[in-house]
Design a binder for this molecule. Structure first.
Ligand code: ADP
Length: 224
């Protein structure tokens, strides 16, 4: 039997209404990422990278086509089921971190347990604080952190609910090389443990750590 793909796009098209008519952000995009795979997504600005990540993350409904997440048809389900799938199976890491400014590092890491309550979430959050070297920053709020600490907090938060798929949008874009390496290494380890990673990046060094690269041009996937 074939292994279930972690994420699979089948002929996905997404159009947006622009001022002068429809704009196709993605056109007939098909690909799959297996458990254990770390895949980069590259392409010029406006080629559809963000649209692809949001669609993969159960956040943006395609105009046509199917998105399968760990064997479930994401957009064929009700909104409530889709939110549950997202909370349980997907973690997000962004270039701009998107930490909640009034919560501490520990509280930010624990935040995804609101969408998916679990009795072991506080223990898991404490483990992640330790793992990412944040123990002496756990009670700080984001304004009191370095950019590297902010991204390590965001990464820990993305891992809280033990997702199967990590979606990363330029996760090293604002970081110095050392912190960038820490983040990439964590993504590599996540894939080695059987997860799947889709990472938008412009950085040559980052694509060298991945198994393969998807190239988007004008919303279309180029042949590998
Ligand atoms: P990238 O992340 O590669 O820079 P995007 O996925 O953000 O590209 O955008 C792809 C195309 O879709 C662009 O031409 C953009 O202007 C258009 N687009 C994206 N989001 C919207 C939206 N909400 N409304 C209208 N057009 C959009």
């Amino acid at each position: 039997m074939m292994a279930t793909m972690m994420i699979e796009f089948q002929n996905v098209t997404r159009e947006f209404q622009g001022p002068t008519g429809k704009v196709a952000a993605l056109t007939d995009v098909s690909f799959a990422v297996e458990p254990g795979e770390f895949v980069a997504v590259v392409g010029p600005s406006g080629c559809g990278k963000s649209t692809l990540l949001l669609t993969a993350g159960a956040l943006l409904t395609p105009s046509s086509g199917t998105v399968m997440l760990d064997g479930s048809d994401v957009y064929g389900r009700s909104g409530a089921v889709r939110r549950h799938l997202r909370a349980k199976k997907v973690g997000f890491v962004f270039q701009q971190f998107h930490l909640l400014p009034y919560l501490t590092v520990y509280e930010n890491i624990l935040a995804p347990s609101v969408a998916l309550p679990s009795p072991d979430a506080p223990k898991r959050a404490t483990e992640l604080v330790e793992r990412f070297g944040l123990a002496d920053r756990a009670q700080h709020v984001p304004a009191q952190l370095s950019t590297g600490e902010k991204q390590r907090t965001a990464l820990a938060r993305a891992l809280l609910n033990r997702p199967l798929l990590l979606l990363a949008d330029e996760p090293t874009g604002n970081l110095d090389p050392e912190n960038g390496q820490t983040v990439l290494q964590a993504l590599v380890e996540f894939a080695q443990a059987g997860g799947a990673v889709l990472m938008v990046t412009h950085e040559q060094g980052a694509t060298e750590m991945t198994h393969r690269t998807l190239r988007l041009v004008n919303g279309r996937l180029q042949d590998p």
